[in-house]
Design a protein around this ligand. Structure first.
Ligand code: SF4
Length: 202
């Protein structure tokens, strides 16, 4: 079981290419200015069977997504379950991008399920959000990064820093799913960068 806040099954606003995105519920770091404070509390969201998540990823893969992005909430606070999700993603040929408020060195030192999750990650963005140091929008700043203290770690050869997709403009998406409006991506305040995308209910 994994405590899940939200899933968007096909997005181009949360990492390279088309991705299945999973926001996990629960984060004890609680950075001031976090854009997802409703995901702080661990017992909200929906307890979701791993089998259901596996099936959802398989549908996304069949529809043409290239990878999964796992955000939060804090993925390493449910490391064992998230590792299972990431392992299955790679098993079916998807890449794995994860955001964590913990630093990579701290995760490597933990010696628990964090190691199992780290072993399944291609691209890791680490570090807490620091609202005093906002990342400027591309091309001056980096795409998909909230604050300048955060680092994008290329843990495998799946992605490269010189990939042009890493330097394009951030985008926002609007999804209509199961009667609910979901807005995801990286607000930049420019209407011409808002891409409306209506996702059919499964
Ligand atoms: S670590 Fe991420 S999810 Fe947790 S409070 Fe900070 S920005 Fe929000």
């Amino acid at each position: 079981m994994l405590r899940v806040a939200t899933i968007v099954d096909d997005t181009e606003a949360e990492g390279p290419g088309r991705r299945w995105a999973l926001w996990v519920q629960g984060c004890s770091i609680r950075c001031p200015g976090c854009c997802n404070p409703e995901m702080f509390v661990a017992d909200r969201g929906t307890a979701t069977e791993l089998a259901e998540l596996r099936a959802s990823m398989e549908r996304a893969k069949a529809a043409g997504v290239e990878g999964v992005s796992i955000l939060g909430g804090e993925p390493f606070e449910q490391a064992a379950g998230v590792a299972e999700v990431a392992r299955h993603a790679r098993r079916i040929g998807l890449t794995v991008m994860v955001y964590s408020g913990y630093l990579l060195e701290a995760l490597r030192a933990r010696g628990d399920d964090a190691a199992a999750l780290l072993a399944e990650i291609d691209l890791l963005v680490d570090g807490p959000y620091d609202r005093a140091r906002p990342e400027p929008p591309p091309p001056i700043g980096r795409r998909w990064i909230g604050s300048t203290n955060q680092t994008m770690h290329y843990l495998t050869s799946a992605y490269r820093a010189d990939d042009p997709r890493m330097h394009a403009a951030n985008t926002v998406e609007i999804h209509w799913r199961d009667g609910k409006l979901i807005v995801n991506g990286w607000p930049v305040g420019a209407a011409d960068l808002v891409r409306k995308k209506k996702t059919a209910s499964p």
